[in-house]
Design a protein around this ligand. Structure first.
Ligand code: C5P
Length: 226
């Protein structure tokens, strides 16, 4: 079997992380969460007290970052300089500041370089990888065998993210999440286009699909050559 790369992009709350992980598990492929890399770098910069607005310093920190990712879809683990930060990088403290790091072009050049190297390594070692983020279908792996952009209405994305965070989605919780999610997507969209599928990329709208239906739809696209 020749190696395969499945590239998945999408905005926050489109379901791309959980769906990508499930697809990797079912196909027996590695799983690479590129968002976790931007989050880990943000955590490290804050830990060291760096000013995130200082682009030169933050880009230098990206080059020095001692980052280890487990690419097992059942146990994705993120370590920075030996510390397990898997939980901490998901907090609102990091979500609220990660875009400032991810819009730093020096940071993007360094993390994209590492992501391309990881994809090559995982193709050779594990037969392939499901790699997800914002610029995977367009910049990191434009030659991937399969390229999919997951989208969902703003309402569906907000409800999912809110339920993920709180277990429920009251009006107050929805309003608080809206601030974060909508602002983050807008900031992120200034450096990557992930609201519309690029040429040759398959768009999949998950607004009205359950988790299981979304996974099956992606598996179908892969089976039929999307
Ligand atoms: O996917 P997730 O929400 O964990 O991504 C966290 C952040 O990392 C995004 O808000 C974005 O700023 C950045 N990111 C990126 N390019 C990617 C993946 C994530 O800029 N390929």
């Amino acid at each position: 079997n020749s190696p395969i790369t499945i590239a998945v992009d999408g905005p926050s709350g489109s379901g791309k992380s959980s769906v990508s992980r499930a697809v990797a598990r079912r196909l027996g492929l590695a799983y690479l969460d590129t968002g976790a890399m931007y989050r880990a770098l943000t955590w490290w910069c804050l830990e060291r007290g760096l000013d995130l607005a200082d682009q030169t310093t933050v880009a230098a920190a990206a080059k020095d970052l001692d980052l280890r990712l487990s690419t097992d879809p059942d146990a994705p683990e993120v370590r920075v300089a030996g510390t397990d930060v898997s939980q901490e990088i998901r907090t609102t403290r990091i979500s609220g500041q990660v875009s400032q790091v991810a819009t730093n072009l020096g940071v993007r050049a360094e993390l994209r370089r590492r992501q391309r190297a990881l994809v090559e390594e995982l193709r050779a070692a594990r037969g392939g990888v499901v790699v997800e983020g914002r610029d995977i279908t367009t910049v990191v792996a434009p030659d991937a065998e399969h390229r999919i952009l997951l989208t969902a209405s703003e309402e569906a994305r907000l409800t999912r993210r809110t339920t993920e965070l709180h277990g429920t989605s009251t009006q107050e919780q929805l309003a608080a999440t809206r601030d974060q999610v909508v602002r983050r997507d807008r900031d992120d969209a200034s450096v990557s286009a992930f609201f519309e599928p690029a040429d040759g990329v398959h768009g999949l709208d998950t607004s009205h699909l359950s988790f299981e239906e979304s996974v099956r739809a992606v598996l179908d696209l892969v089976a039929h050559g999307a």
